[in-house]
Design a protein around this ligand. Structure first.
Ligand code: SAM
Length: 262
C-alpha cells in the first residue's frame, strides 16, 4: 500500500485490504449487478459515447462495466488497485470474447494525458481517499486523461439520498448469504462509515468502509476546481433529474475544448 493512503491514525486504508473485496464479492459483484451493468451500457443515454471511443473504466473491479463497454465497440482500459479483481476482469473479458486493456494502478496517481474520450467511475468508487484534496486530485487526473471535449461520468450515492433514508441498518439475502449493513454518519455529514456483516451458515465475515460523502453542490465545486466546465447531475441512468426522487448521484462533466475551458 502506498504511503498516500495512510489514514493518519497509522491504520491501513480499508480499500487496499483484499479481504474486504473477497468477503463481500458475492454481494458486490453478483450476476444481477452484472446484468444491470449490461443494461445500463446498452440503454442509458448517459452512456452514448461516440462509436469506437477510448473509454477509461476507472476502478473497474472485476469488469462489470468493462465487458459491455468493450462489446459496444469501445476501446476500453480498466484501471484498478486490486490485482485479484483485475484478474477476474480479464477472465470475464475472455469468457465474453471481448478485448480490453488493464492497468493495476492507484486512482490517486493514474493519469494518461488526453488518452481517453470518456472516463467512467461507477458504483460508488469515489470519495475513498482519506484526504478530501486527494479525491479532488482523482478528478484532476481524470481531467488530464481526457481529450478536449471528453466526458467524465461519476456514479455515487449522494449525501442528499442518504439523508432522505430513515433506516441506518439494511438487510439483504443472496443465494443463502445474508448481508447486514449499518451506516454511521461521521464528522457532521462529511463522511460515512458503513459496517458490513456477511453470514453464510455458521461462517461470518465483517468489514468496514469509510468514505467522503458529497452533495451535488460540493461535487460540482470539486469538478470545477479540477478544471471541468460543463457539469450536470442526474438521479438515475435514464437521465432523470437529481431531485427528491433520485436513486443515484450521477455527475456528467465535460472537459472544455479550448484553453479557456469552453
Ligand atoms: C465498489 S467497487 C466498484 C467496481 C466497479 N466499478 C463496478 O461497478 O463493479 C470499487 C472498486 O474500486 C477499486 N479501488 C479502491 N480504491 C482504489 C484506488 N485507490 N485506486 C484504484 N482502484 C481502487 C476497488 O479495488 C474496487 O474494484
Amino acid at each position: 500500500m502506498s504511503a498516500e493512503h495512510d489514514t493518519g491514525s497509522g491504520a491501513s486504508a480499508w480499500f487496499a485490504d483484499q479481504t474486504f473485496w473477497d468477503d463481500f464479492y458475492p454481494h458486490l459483484f453478483s450476476a444481477e449487478r452484472a446484468a444491470e451493468a449490461e443494461r445500463i451500457v446498452e440503454r442509458s443515454p448517459l452512456f452514448r459515447f461516440p462509436s469506437g471511443a477510448r473509454v477509461l473504466d476507472l476502478c473497474c473491479g472485476p469488469g462489470l462495466f468493462t465487458v459491455p463497454l468493450a462489446r459496444a465497440g469501445h476501446a476500453v482500459t480498466g484501471v484498478d488497485l486490486s490485482a485479484p479483481l483485475l484478474d477476474r476482469a480479464r477472465t470475464r473479458c475472455r469468457e465474453a470474447g471481448v478485448k480490453a486493456r488493464f492497468v493495476e494502478a492507484d486512482m490517486l496517481g493514474f493519469a494518461e494525458p488526453e488518452a481517453f474520450d470518456a472516463v467512467v467511475n461507477m458504483f460508488t468508487s469515489f470519495g475513498y481517499l482519506h484526504r478530501h484534496e486527494d479525491n479532488v486530485q482523482v478528478l484532476r487526473n481524470a481531467h488530464t486523461s481526457l481529450a478536449p471535449g471528453g466526458t467524465l461520468l461519476v456514479d455515487l450515492v449522494g449525501k442528499e439520498i442518504l439523508a432522505r433514508r430513515d433506516e441506518r441498518v439494511s438487510l439483504s439475502e443472496l443465494d443463502g448469504k445474508v448481508l447486514v449493513q449499518r451506516d454511521t454518519i461521521l464528522d457532521d455529514w462529511s463522511r460515512l462509515r458503513s459496517d458490513w456483516y456477511s453470514i453464510e451458515g455458521s461462517r461470518a465475515a465483517t468489514g468496514s468502509m469509510t468514505l467522503h460523502l458529497y452533495s451535488a453542490a460540493e461535487l460540482r465545486d470539486m469538478l470545477r476546481s479540477a478544471g471541468f466546465t460543463g457539469v450536470r447531475f442526474h438521479g438515475d441512468y435514464e437521465g432523470g433529474p437529481y431531485d427528491h426522487r433520485a436513486e443515484r448521484l450521477i455527475a456528467v462533466a465535460t472537459k472544455g475544448v479550448d484553453a479557456r475551458g469552453n
